[in-house]
Ligand binder design. Sequence first.
Ligand code: GUN
Ligand code: ZN
Length: 425
Amino acid sequence: MADLLLGQVLHFTADPFVAGEAAAHHESHGAILVENGRISATGPADDLRRRHPQARIHDYGRALITAGFIDAHVHYPQTAIIASWGKRLIDWLNSYTFPEEMRFADPAYAATIANRYLDLATAHGTTTVCTYATIHPASVDAIFTAAQSRGLRLYAGKTCMDRNAPPGLCDTAQSAYDDSKALLQKWHGVDRLSYVITPRFSPTSTPEQLAALGALWREYPDCLMQTHLSEQTDEIAWVRDLFPQSRDYLDTYEAQGLLREGAVYGHAIHLTERERARLIDAGASLVHCPTSNTFIGSGLFDMSLARSLRVGLATDTGGGSSFSMLHTMAAAYEVAQLRGQALHPSQLLWLATIGSARALRAEDRIGNIAPGMEADLTILDLASTPAIAQATARAETLWEALFPTIMMGDDRAIRTVWVGGKPLR
Ligand code: GUN
Ligand code: ZN
C-alpha cells in the first residue's frame, strides 16, 4: 500500500552555491507519495490526496519534511569517547582513540557500539553515514549487520594501519589488502550497503600499504576510498618527515593510486595551491567536519571550495563533539562566519543532504526529495523547544522559520525519520 506524508516539504532543484536560495523549492502544504521504498510523487497536499485516495495518510502538520541527513565522515567506534577533553589530533588519537579502538577486538563490544551508534544517529535525523570501522574485520561486520537490520543505506570500511599505532591496532600491507578484499566481496552491494576502502591516513600507513590499497581500488573501481587529508598543521609536518619524496600531503595518496573520482577526503583544511588544483582536476570529494575542526583545534575549512568540488558535511564522531547534523550545520555556519563567508540556510541544509550525497557519489539515490529517489526522510519540528519556538514566532519566510532549528536544534527537533520507505520509530 502507498503512504502519503503530509507537511511542509523542501527539496532542491539546483545547487544553492550556484543558484542561491532559488535552488530550493518549498511546498507549504505539501505531500510525498511513497511506494515500495521510493518516492513516487511530490506536490501540493490537496492534489496528491485527490489523486491517491487509497494511500495511508501520515499527517505531520506544520513539520518540515526534508531528505534524511547524510553524515559523510564518522568513526562509529569512537561513539563512547566523544567529548574527551584537552588534546589536539595526534595526542587525542594516542590518548583516547587508539585505546578505545583496541576494544573492538571483541566482536560483542563492536556489535554493542554499532547498535548504540546507529540508534543515536537516527535519533538525530541521520539516515545514511559513511563510517570508518577499526582494523578488526568484525567491526565492519558489526556496523553492516546493524545497518542491514534497520534498512539503512550505509558506507563503511575496515580502517587500515601498519605503522605509528599500537601493535594491537596494526595490520600489514598484505593483510590490509586481503581483509579489505574479503569484506568488500562479502558486503559491497548487499542490500543498501557499500564497502569503502579505508586507509586511516598517511601517518599510519607505509607507502607499501597505500600501494596495496591503491591496487585493490583498481580492481573494484566503483567503490569509494576514504581517508584523512591535511587536518592539522602538526600532522602535515609529520607527513613531510615520513614521506620526504612526496610533493605534499595529497601526493602521498596520489602516488599510490588513491586520488581520483570516488576519493573522499576528510577535513582538507590546510591545502596548497597544487593540492587544490589536483583535487578539482581529479573530481575528488572533500568532507567538512566543523565541530571536529573546532573541538580538536584543527582550523577553518574554506567553503568556497564547494563551488568547484563535491563537498559533504559530517560530524566526524568522536573527534566531532556532536551526533547531530543540525549542530554540524550550525558549526559550519560559524566556521564560515569566521572566514567571512555567510552560508545561507539553504546551503547548510543542502550540504547535509545533497552535498554529502554528492560527496559519496550517491546523489541519484539519496539526499533529495524527487520521484525515483529512495524514501529516506527526516521530519523536523520547527518549534521543538521554547527557545526555538519564540525565535520562529515572527518568521515570515521558510528560511527564517528553519534557521533557529539549524542553530539551536537537537534530537528533540527530530519528529521521526523514514528509512527506505518506512518510519523507523
Ligand atoms: N586522522 C586520523 N585518524 C583520525 C580520527 O580518528 N579522527 C580525526 N579527527 N582525524 C584523524
Ligand atoms: Zn575522521
